[in-house]
Design a protein. Structure first.
Length: 173
């Protein structure tokens, strides 16, 4: 697939809506943002994930299951290359072809960066301590559910804790 077709947004459907706002990235947007960040300086996947999370004030973090395959695709299309490694981590950099591609698609890059800024601004009222606590809760839920199936009694207790937290949050004035 040629790099130009790789980012063609002409057939992109309208952004899906989700609770809390629209999609963070438009069609092909994550690829553009990752390539833009790699053009700024070489980075490994975790740095890219954290960079996007920080830009969005902790309200969103792309999953490794999306970022790493996208990096591989950027590499396969010649837009990025592995510059070296930091232990087991591959450090990617934009190639000359990737930089030229970004220049020729600067309007799309700017639109995606503006989209990120707008998404972050839409959540500016979320205090960082609340965002942190929400991430802690999600992590705790995933850890517990990852340990194995719940018995009926455990599931009932689990749901009761979550329901109680929801009631208590709703009652905050």
């Amino acid at each position: 697939m040629a790099p130009r077709d790789f980012f063609d947004d002409a057939s992109a459907a309208p952004a899906a809506r989700r609770r809390g706002g629209g999609r963070v990235f438009g069609h092909g947007g994550l690829r553009l943002v990752l390539l833009h960040l790699l053009a700024e300086r070489p980075r490994h996947g975790y740095e890219l994930i954290k960079g996007i999370e920080e830009r969005l004030g902790g309200t969103y973090s792309p999953s490794p299951g999306v970022v790493y395959p996208t990096l591989t695709l950027l590499e396969e299309t010649g837009l990025a290359s592995v510059e070296g490694t930091d232990g087991a981590r591959k450090r990617y950099a934009a190639t000359d072809t990737g930089r030229a591609f970004l220049q020729s698609h600067q309007a799309e890059v700017d639109a995606e960066l503006a989209r990120l800024d707008a998404h972050a601004g839409g959540h500016a009222e979320r205090p960082p301590q609340v965002v942190r606590a929400l991430h802690n809760l999600k992590f705790a839920v995933h850890l517990r559910l990852g340990r194995g199936p719940l018995t009926a009694a455990q599931a009932t207790a689990f749901a009761a804790v979550l329901d109680d937290a929801a009631r208590r949050i709703d009652a905050i004035e």
